[in-house]
Design a protein around this ligand. Structure first.
Ligand SMILES: CC(C)(COP(=O)(O)OP(=O)(O)OC[C@H]1O[C@@H](n2cnc3c(N)ncnc32)[C@H](O)[C@@H]1OP(=O)(O)O)[C@@H](O)C(=O)NCCC(=O)NCCS
Length: 247
């Protein structure tokens, strides 16, 4: 899936406003307050001297239209939807290792069906992917006792219903995620286009922002940090499959 140009325009717009409000160079704002580095370089080191990042900035200094150049640069790079740290993928879900004893859950849309990947119709497929993931982790990663995640998605009932209640019950707002998809992903729809309502609310709030404090309030949804013991998932998916069987 290729993300739309508007997704990048939105981030350029944010970086320009942050540079102005913070009195910082635009190049720094692009590195620290957008998802561009991750999209172009595909690592999480945020190395300002990385040759790929330097090539992007060099072009930005020369080109007449920063939006066109940014999108052209994105289209010229391999499209990585998942972090390099990903261990294994099960449909729309994948996991990476987190802190000791923990795995980190990721979501990306790998579902080509007409209905949305989080729709009720596609729920059995999502539950089945998560059941396989949890089964795999219990078998292959015996030391992993906890599943954790950070995402804007945990605000959505359509996403939360895929997990045991205890996983999202004590969700806390994850701050300073300006470089990451757990924040920026809320502007995308399943086709890689921009969600117009979310984007226009964001632009309005950014326009009204007069200080560099609490820039996160411009975003319609905050990323939430969640976690629960892996056994809670195991029990939940065992129950779900019984319910499915009984239907
Ligand atoms: C997650 C994603 C597939 C949702 O796209 P979508 O086209 O809205 O997909 P669905 O229709 O299945 O969405 C399910 C529901 O969530 C709602 N929803 C999706 N994004 C929303 C948003 N930003 N704000 C409010 N509600 C939202 C939809 O309206 C829908 O609700 P409904 O069933 O009541 O209509 C899309 O945003 C995406 O691919 N994002 C990038 C990946 C990402 O963010 N990954 C997480 C990184 S941690």
């Amino acid at each position: 899936m290729t993300y739309a140009k508007e997704f990048f325009d939105l981030q350029l717009h944010f970086a320009r406003s942050v540079a102005e409000l913070r009195g910082m160079p635009l190049e720094e704002a692009l590195l620290d307050y957008t998802n561009l580095y991750v999209r172009f370089v595909a690592d999480r080191r945020f190395d300002r001297d990385h040759p790929i990042w330097s090539a992007y900035l060099a072009g930005l200094r020369e080109k007449v239209d920063p939006g066109d150049w940014t999108y052209h640069f994105y289209r010229s790079r391999p499209h990585h939807v998942q972090p390099a740290s990903t261990i294994k993928t099960f449909g729309c879900f994948s996991y990476a290792l987190g802190e000791p004893g923990q795995i980190r859950l990721h979501f990306h849309n790998a579902d080509g069906h007409l209905q949305g990947p989080l729709s009720e119709e596609r729920m059995p497929s999502r539950l089945s992917e998560l059941t396989s993931l949890v089964h795999h982790v219990r078998l292959q990663r015996g030391t992993a006792k906890q599943i954790a995640g950070v995402s804007w998605l945990y605000n959505l009932t359509a996403y939360r219903r895929l997990f045991p209640e205890s996983y999202t019950a004590a969700a806390t707002v994850a701050t300073n995620r300006f470089r990451n998809m757990p924040l920026w992903g809320q502007f995308l729809n399943r086709h890689g286009g921009v969600r117009k309502d979310a984007a226009s609310l964001f632009v309005h709030r950014l326009h009204d922002q007069t200080s560099a404090d609490d820039l996160a309030r411009c975003f319609p949804l905050h990323p939430l940090a969640v976690s629960a013991p892996i056994d809670a998932f195991h029990e939940f998916y065992a129950q779900e499959s019984t319910i499915e069987f009984d239907r």
